[in-house]
Design a protein around this ligand. Sequence first.
Ligand code: MG
Length: 389
Amino acid sequence: MRITAVRERTIELSSATRNSSISFDAMTASVVAVHTDARTNGKPLVGLAFDSIGRYGHGGLLRERFIPRLMAADPGAYSDGHGGIDPHRAWAVMMKDEKPGGHGERSGAVGMLDAALWDLAAKSADLPLWRLLAKRHGAASAGEHAKIAIYCSGGHYRASNDVEGLCDDIRRAIGQGHRRFKIKIGGASLAEDIKRIDTVFGVLERGMALAVDGNGTFDRAKTLSYLETLKPYPIAWIEEPVHPLDFDLHRDVIAQSAIPFATGENLFSRDDARNLLRYGGLRKDRDLLQFDISLSYGIVEYLRILDDLDAHGWTRERCAPHAGHLLAMNAVAGLGLGLAEVAMDTSTLFGKLTAHVPVSDGSATLGSAPGAGFEQLPMFSEIFGDLLN
Ligand code: MG
């Protein structure tokens, strides 16, 4: 199989929300289509990918480095030896002449193409992506459908009617079948955050859970004061209160936290993940690892991260990949990870990407259509239409 063209474009993900770190007014993302000379079910075989959220589109790097490398390669360099494309070998083609370390934004660009090649591999095998991953790298007992535990992520700050709007969001999500929720902290005063948390706990029903997310903006003193004030609440986890790369500070505050910690969404490589495991003081029995698969060089690199987790005695149940997108949901199902994220706000484009996946009693059910599932999106033509020609 030969790659005949790779088309990409940048789309607006703008949303009038903010967390303690950034506003999403100007947020963008990339979409990619990898065309081949093969056909499946009577149609041209095309692999698709949609970016993760939070790091903007990757068009420049895709156009200047990574797409040209794939297009210039001999098809034998990425062949799986059985007429298909091996994402692992294609990954090596893309990373040729890239120095180790200093990962920057390239991990997101490579992750986009990796995701499209896995979508392509799954379609080529006529399997949903989660099932292909389960067969090759996960649970061998995967059935026709995959049921995964999910949490509903939102609680961004509003300029007006903040608490009322937050409660409306949570009630709507409960009505949609969600049982686990995550809201932001640190974008208001501690007293205002506690009011938000207190009010949300008043809305939650028995057996439901609430986590909080500081988006990496707290210093040591602020973290300890939040941990102290949150003690009376059954917080499911506190996410990224401190800077994602300050592993010493992680170790310091985690040692003083009865609340489970979650972090890793802003580490974009196996190297960084390994350092977090070595030096971050995270606890294997309760803390969560949230490496974003798409932003971290894709599934090929994530499999290496899982190997490192295993070597450090961590189980896959402690993994909750960042960002509610179809790639992460497929990986959670196929690789036997603990928890997937979905966006609470389904009015934004990013929220719409997973809004069609059936949810019930805190679980999502992935279907049996081949690939990652983009073709089932109600907005499929709007998002991918002009990349398919
Ligand atoms: Mg987060």
